[in-house]
Design a protein around this ligand. Structure first.
Ligand code: NAP
Length: 303
């Protein structure tokens, strides 16, 4: 089968850490070009922006966009207008309406949520589907200086702040919990010199149960990417961002296939089926936290 010719856009940390290896190993895609203002990828034509790629006339079937969320819409809209399939890194955009405004037509638009492809997520969803949820607790606490060194855009307006990682937890929670989630209260801590929160606490409703969530970008020591769920017949703990699943205290054996290879397989399957996959539920929860959240100014932050 001929591979789809893919242009990777926004060559930064996640493009290098995950996308390039996943594309190199993909049976469905071949890297045909890279698009980035400063960075380049060896062995393929490089372009400074998508307009230069379009103007080049290079044959492309699909693009995968790894730039920060602010500015994604224009890139995705141009790619769709060029007749290309589009995969979006999470979050799919800086606002809900800009993603809804994308019109894929006969092309595929795929808003990816890499954490949903973690090994424990599908078995957790299956286990929880048969149970009544009593409560759930999300703890997503990481050290921004370690994981996002110098990424000032994360703490600028539109960068989502601590919800940049936190939306991964919400992408898992919305996938594994059987009832729709909605935010009932939120507390957002904004550093005095930044435009996005560095910590947040959320209370959410899910059916008749309460879900609480703590997001912290200043976590020193052990990092946590955990979701704990109490049900009428036992407890479930998803740890390590969904990679580890513990049920009633017993670790579960999981088939590890890798998050990003799974995303590219799904993108290819959507293209083959002529459909799009755009679930905005995690971004809606973040937007709603910004809508109803109480804001508190905290100490200025420097990397
Ligand atoms: P990053 O290291 O800052 O890379 C993003 C790249 O996009 C930059 O290197 C930059 O390359 C390009 N870019 C284009 N417009 C930009 C702008 N206005 N400001 C800054 N850079 C711009 O960020 P990242 O960590 O790869 O994250 C990118 C996206 O992937 C985010 O949506 C993030 O949530 C998601 N993601 C990140 C991780 C992670 O662990 N880092 C994990 C999963 C998903 P040029 O200067 O060459 O244009």
């Amino acid at each position: 089968m001929t591979k789809l010719r893919l242009a990777l856009i926004g060559i930064g940390k996640i493009a290098r850490d995950q996308h390039l290896p996943a594309i190199a190993a993909s049976p469905d895609f071949t890297l045909a070009a890279a698009v980035s203002r400063n960075a380049t990828v060896e062995g393929v034509p490089n372009f400074a922006d998508i307009d230069a790629l379009i103007a080049s006339g290079l044959a492309i079937d699909a693009v995968s966009i790894c730039t920060p969320p602010l500015g994604r819409h224009g890139i995705a809209a141009r790619a769709l207008a060029a007749g290309w399939h589009v995969m979006l890194e999470k979050p799919p955009g800086a606002t809900l309406a800009e993603v809804q405004a994308l019109r894929p037509g006969t092309r595929t638009l795929y808003a990816s949520w890499h954490s949903r492809a973690a090994a424990g997520v599908a078995p957790a969803r299956a286990w929880l589907a048969e149970r009544r949820i009593r409560s759930a607790r999300i703890d997503w606490r990481e050290d921004i200086r370690h994981w996002h060194p110098g990424q000032d855009w994360i703490l600028a307006p539109g960068g989502l702040g601590v919800f940049d990682p936190g939306i991964n937890a919400l992408s898992i929670a919305t996938a594994i919990l059987p009832q729709p989630l909605f935010v009932t209260a939120a507390q957002l801590d904004f550093p005095a010199n930044r435009g996005a929160p560095i910590a947040a606490a959320l209370t959410l409703a899910q059916g008749d149960s309460v879900v609480t969530a703590g997001f912290d970008f200043l976590q020193a020591g052990p990092q946590s990417w955990d979701i704990a769920v109490e049900t009428d017949t036992g407890s479930l703990l998803l740890r390590d961002g969904g990679a580890t699943l513990v049920i009633d205290g017993v670790g579960q054996a999981l088939a590890e296939t890798g998050e990003y290879p799974g995303l590219y397989r799904h993108f290819a399957a959507c293209i083959a089926a002529g459909r799009s996959d755009v679930d905005l539920a995690p971004l809606a929860l973040v937007a709603d936290a910004f809508l109803i959240g109480a804001r508190r100014e905290v100490a200025a932050f420097e990397f």
